[in-house]
Design a protein around this ligand. Structure first.
Ligand code: AHR
Length: 493
């Protein structure tokens, strides 16, 4: 290792809460994200509960998914909720115009999605249709789901659900600057005000409204939205994907060299700057940071895997994706006073997925394991960090080699997450821990011999967490020997 990295974890200056909703998952009607990945139907030979696969649901429970965003994405702004209720045989079969032009049977609709959320123990984040739906359609959907009484509540009961569902989060359209209607921010802001007016929560309940936010670095969008919709919504979204190369994504998810590694991680690190800038704009109209920045689409986006439908966005997931996930989860800690919700795209079989399935086979991706390692962060208290990291450079890509965050969990355990972006060199870290009185350290490490390592159906445990023995705690100082290309989660007790 070259020199020691000086790190301070400020137990003496507890910061904001690391909101559990930062671990929200996005599940869109796209490719095999819903059909095949989650839903196989009650008559399938794949073990299921009311149509949802038991293996996938159990795995998702294992990472305590707090919230699921559904039904899109781009799909949301063409989705008509009435087509997904009532007897399945009578539901219209539509074309999924965004994703591969395949048929959408509407088999999974509101009742099925809510059942899935309940099976997993997650809250519902429903994305409404502003693109080609009306405010009335949106209002009626909200009433259908949440009303304790009335004609729509009766219809819900006839369709099998008497008690109202909770809808804690509702998205007022998605990507209104693009697939949601190609709007100018001024027009999108006006529509957001109009539609949001009719999203009404029943007495004694709350529905947090999320406005459709900017694409990447569209600061004018954020400025306009904040000027026009502050007071009407509770959150503004931001979408930023990690894409090596230019749009449309052409790079392979699993065949890459060190340049592809470095470029991808450098693009992931950009999230920090994007949040800083969008948040600074939000500060102008919302200095108290009441409006959340909801980064409700993030993650890697590569070319689809060879032999797959390009519209299905099916991609492999390697150790590189694990590092991308850790970098994001660490960046979100730094901005936890503004970023209360984020959603990785997407949950199963699509983009940077937790889980990949093929027929009855299922595998947990390296990204899944990162989410499992960070689980103790949920609703803990962020501890500020000072670090002078060495740099990692490859070709024109340059970045701090060590990414870190720390959270005191609700269980009192202090957790420190460290990611070494450098695929070649270990880094030795000496950490001062003012205000912390921990006596012992233990941890887990996620790494593999190759940076392209992945979990396949035939070798599902190639990238899997192992006990970490490279950390010592002596006289209040923590020393860590961080292996190359690794994610480490320490627990200090
Ligand atoms: O996650 C895939 C797509 O990316 C979503 O549908 C859309 O919102 C974004 O452009």
């Amino acid at each position: 290792a070259e020199g020691r990295v000086a790190l301070t974890v400020h137990g003496d200056r507890p910061g904001p809460v690391y909101d559990r909703r930062i671990f929200t998952q996005f599940a869109e009607h796209l490719g095999t994200g819903i059909y095949g990945g989650l839903w196989v139907g009650p008559n399938s030979s794949i073990p299921n509960t009311r149509g949802f696969r038991n293996d996938v649901v159990a795995a998702l429970k294992g990472i305590a998914v707090p919230v699921i965003r559904w039904p899109g994405g781009c799909f949301a702004d063409e989705y008509h909720w009435r087509e997904g209720i009532g007897p399945k045989a009578k539901r219209p079969v539509k074309i999924n115009t965004h994703w591969g032009g395949v048929t959408e049977p509407n088999t999974v609709g509101t009742h099925e999605f809510m059942d899935l959320a309940e099976q997993i123990g997650a809250e519902a984040y429903i994305a409404g249709n502003v693109g080609n739906g009306t405010p009335q359609e949106m209002a009626e959907w909200v009433e259908y789901m949440t009303a304790p009484a009335g004609t729509l509540a009766d219809e819900r009961a006839r369709n099998g659900r008497k008690a109202p569902w909770a809808v804690p989060y509702f998205g007022v359209g998605n990507e209104l600057w693009g697939c949601g209607g190609n709007m100018r921010p001024e027009y999108a802001a006006d529509l957001t005000r109009r539609y949001a007016t009719f999203i009404k929560a029943p007495k004694d309940t709350r529905i947090l409204k999320v406005a459709s936010g900017a694409n990447v670095d569209d600061y004018r969008w954020t400025e306009t939205m904040m000027r026009e919709v502050t007071g009407q919504v509770d959150a503004l979204s931001l979408h930023y994907y990690t894409i090596p190369g230019s749009w449309p994504p052409r790079a392979s998810a699993s065949v890459f060299d060190e340049t592809g590694w470095a470029e991808t991680l450098s693009e992931a690190m950009r999230m920090d700057d994007l949040i800083t800038r969008h948040s600074a704009i939000m500060d102008k109209t919302d200095p108290q940071r009441r409006i959340w920045l909801a980064v409700d689409e993030w993650g890697t986006w590569y070319a689809g895997d060879p032999g797959t439908n390009p519209g299905f966005l099916r991609q492999q997931n390697t150790l590189r994706d694990a590092l991308v996930a850790a970098v994001h989860l660490n960046i979100f800690a730094k901005h936890a006073d503004r970023v209360k919700m984020t959603a990785i795209a997407q949950m199963v079989n699509v983009l940077q997925a937790m889980i990949l399935t093929d027929g009855k086979k299922m595998v947990l991706t390296p990204t899944y394991h990162v989410f499992a390692m960070y689980k103790g962060y949920m609703d803990g208290t962020v501890l500020p960090i000072d670090i002078t990291s060495p740099w990692y450079n490859k070709d024109k890509w340059t970045m701090p080699a060590v990414s870190v965050s720390a959270v005191r969990g609700k269980d009192g355990v202090v957790r420190i997450a460290l990611a070494n972006l450098d695929p070649n060199r270990p880094h030795d870290i000496a950490a001062a821990l003012p205000g912390l009185t921990a006596q012992s350290v233990s941890g887990q490490v996620l790494t593999a011999p190759a940076m392209t390592a992945l979990n396949s159906f035939s070798a599902p445990n190639t990238v899997t967490p192992a006990a970490f023995t490279g950390a010592q705690l002596q006289a209040g100082t923590l020393s860590v020997s961080l292996p190359p290309k690794s994610v480490v989660m320490l627990e200090l007790k």
